[in-house]
Design a protein around this ligand. Structure first.
Ligand SMILES: Cc1cc2nc3c(=O)[nH]c(=O)nc-3n(C[C@H](O)[C@H](O)[C@H](O)COP(=O)(O)OP(=O)(O)OC[C@H]3O[C@@H](n4cnc5c(N)ncnc54)[C@H](O)[C@@H]3O)c2cc1C
Ligand SMILES: NC(=O)c1ccc[n+]([C@@H]2O[C@H](COP(=O)([O-])OP(=O)(O)OC[C@H]3O[C@@H](n4cnc5c(N)ncnc54)[C@H](O)[C@@H]3O)[C@@H](O)[C@H]2O)c1
Length: 473
């Protein structure tokens, strides 16, 4: 056998170099293991180039401009569409991943460019090259955009998040299929940059995973921006005039939406196709995600000695970068401990907080920041809860933040345990109000103790004091 044909060998091989794969690789490497990471497109993944980073880079100048216009005495900034796109380009480094590759080199993780395919226990191929993982393989392949089986939709060559977050052309008219997080954030971007945007969402409201008042507030705000929001509306067919002509979305009941581009934002599909999961017996969930234990071990393997793990979007537990990275840290530590024949520390190697409800910020104006369970989710779990609602202007700091500040806050309290199980804030600049909620929920801090965590005057955080007073403390 010539040296080119020798299999490459590492302690750990991670497939997928998105933010989650990078973290898993880093953690395993820090445990003293040799690590390779396999990537078929860009190191940094969907999040860095087509999702979190570009969408937030686009939204921030829009929100900063609006914030300045809401304060008496401030002249008010104006939006410069080219400047906004340039800022986005800087954040995604014009789709050049050399920065991330440099980091891998710097820390000593080997990058294998190509598509990873499992071929058996602890073995895989990367573009035909055999690779052996002596200890473990970690799957972090993420998701791709879901394209629903609507007649004509694929042929109409719709935009997905990739085209929408990287475009330099602002279409005159943009139709958006879906009314979840991607749809709401990107609808706001394009409307602000000059498109006439129409949202077509089949559910009764927007942001259906959140408290209903959050979706209502975002819908009202988008409508004030000029977005045509059609909820409870089903698209039944899509047609396009020629390859680049206008696109028509035919709705149930006969109405149509005509636009220059159509963005499909109806959820995600796990990136498991062609990954070789069947070669090792891996089990999938009903939705097609890789099924894992609470320690991210892939279920159903033919060889049950722990060797295959799945973290991040591909396991479907929480389609959020920060939660995937949390799983990755735990998984990397577990792999490290097992390789060293050390008893894994349960506190570090089981990402148990995911079950309490992941924190999430929807970066629309108004922002939606939520952690833990919604009222409905808490009731479904059979908890004996009390819900406390307050307008955000009860916090002294909100009026200083913006004249006529509008927003809403809710906490969900487990009455039997005397602790917080959920919180949602809606309004300008509420994103950072959610971390105290996460701490209280994960730490199971009794409300009577939380009462002594005094927020500074005059900040928006005083909403915490008002909510606890309203609760009866
Ligand atoms: C528009 C948009 C905005 C978002 N904004 C936010 C946000 O603000 N905050 C947040 O927390 N989340 C956000 N998300 C969700 C976030 O993008 C995902 O949760 C995150 O990217 C998941 O990271 P990951 O590493 O698991 O997967 P990905 O980022 O999808 O990375 C997976 C990587 O694996 C590679 N890969 C796949 N298969 C193979 C293979 N067989 N061989 C080699 N390489 C492979 C892919 O090329 C990719 O680079 C957003 C999503 C979208 C669509
Ligand atoms: N700020 C953030 O944290 C952020 C931002 C963007 C995306 N994400 C993550 O990415 C994931 C994907 O986001 P998403 O918005 O694509 O999915 P989503 O699941 O949040 O929303 C999809 C929406 O599409 C609707 N829908 C489904 N089929 C439809 C159809 N045929 N016609 C019309 N509407 C239809 C659903 O009712 C739902 O409201 C989310 O789970 C989210 O966690 C996070």
């Amino acid at each position: 056998m010539s040296s080119e044909q020798q299999p490459l060998e590492f302690d750990v091989v991670v497939i997928g170099a998105g933010p989650v794969g990078e973290n898993a690789a880093d953690r395993a490497h820090k445990a003293g293991l040799t690590v390779a990471i396999v990537e078929k497109h860009l190191v940094g993944g969907e999040c860095s180039f087509y999702a979190c980073s570009p969408s937030k880079a686009l939204l921030r100048p829009i929100h900063a401009t609006r914030a300045s216009q809401r304060v008496q005495g401030s002249e008010g900034a104006h939006l410069d569409a080219q400047g906004v796109l340039d800022r986005r380009d800087a954040w995604i480094n014009k789709l050049d991943d050399s920065g991330q590759v440099g980091w891998l080199d710097h820390v000593g993780i080997t990058l294998l460019r190509g598509e990873g395919v499992l071929t058996g226990t602890r073995t895989l191929e990367v573009d035909g090259r055999e690779v052996v993982a002596r200890q473990a393989v970690i799957l972090a392949t993420g998701t791709t955009p879901a394209i629903p089986p609507i007649p004509g939709l694929r042929d109409a060559k719709p935009w997905t998040n990739r085209e929408a977050t990287t475009t330099r052309r602002i279409p005159e008219r943009l139709a958006v299929l879906g009314g979840g997080v991607v749809a709401c954030e990107l609808a706001q971007v394009f409307q602000a940059l000059g498109s006439a945007v129409t949202i077509v969402e089949q559910a009764p409201g927007l942001l259906g995973r959140n408290e209903e008042f959050a979706g209502t507030a975002v819908k009202e705000a988008l409508e004030r921006d000029g977005v045509d929001v059609r909820t409870d509306t089903k698209a039944v067919e899509v047609s396009r005039l020629g390859p680049t002509g206008e696109v028509t979305v035919h709705l149930e009941g006969g109405a149509t939406v005509v636009a220059d581009e159509l963005l499909v934002a109806v959820g995600r599909t796990p990136a498991t196709k062609g990954l070789g999961l069947e070669a090792v017996g891996a089990e999938l969930t009903d939705a097609g995600y890789v099924s894992v234990t609470d320690q991210m071990e892939v279920k159903g393997l033919d060889d049950q000695s722990p060797w295959l793990y799945a973290v991040g979007d591909v396991n479907g537990l929480a389609l959020l970068t920060h939660m995937g990275k949390y799983q990755a840290r735990a998984c990397g530590d577990l792999v490290g401990a097992r390789a060293a024949h050390r008893e894994p520390e349960p506190g570090k190697t089981t990402p148990w907080a995911g079950d309490l409800g992941s924190p999430q910020v929807v970066f629309t104006d108004p922002e939606v920041a939520a952690a833990g369970l919604t009222e409905a989710q808490a009731r479904e779990r059979g908890l004996n809860i009390r819900v406390v609602d307050l307008p955000m202007d009860k916090a002294s700091g909100s009026g200083l933040q913006a004249e006529g500040y509008q927003g809403q806050a809710r906490i969900v309290v487990d009455e039997d345990a005397g602790v917080l199980v959920g919180a949602t804030f809606v309004g300008q600049d509420v994103a950072d109000l959610i971390h105290p909620a996460t701490i209280a929920i994960v730490g199971k801090i009794p409300l009577t103790t939380l009462w002594h965590a005094v927020p500074s005057y005059p900040t928006m955080s005083e909403i915490w004091l008002r909510l606890l007073e309203e609760y009866g403390l």
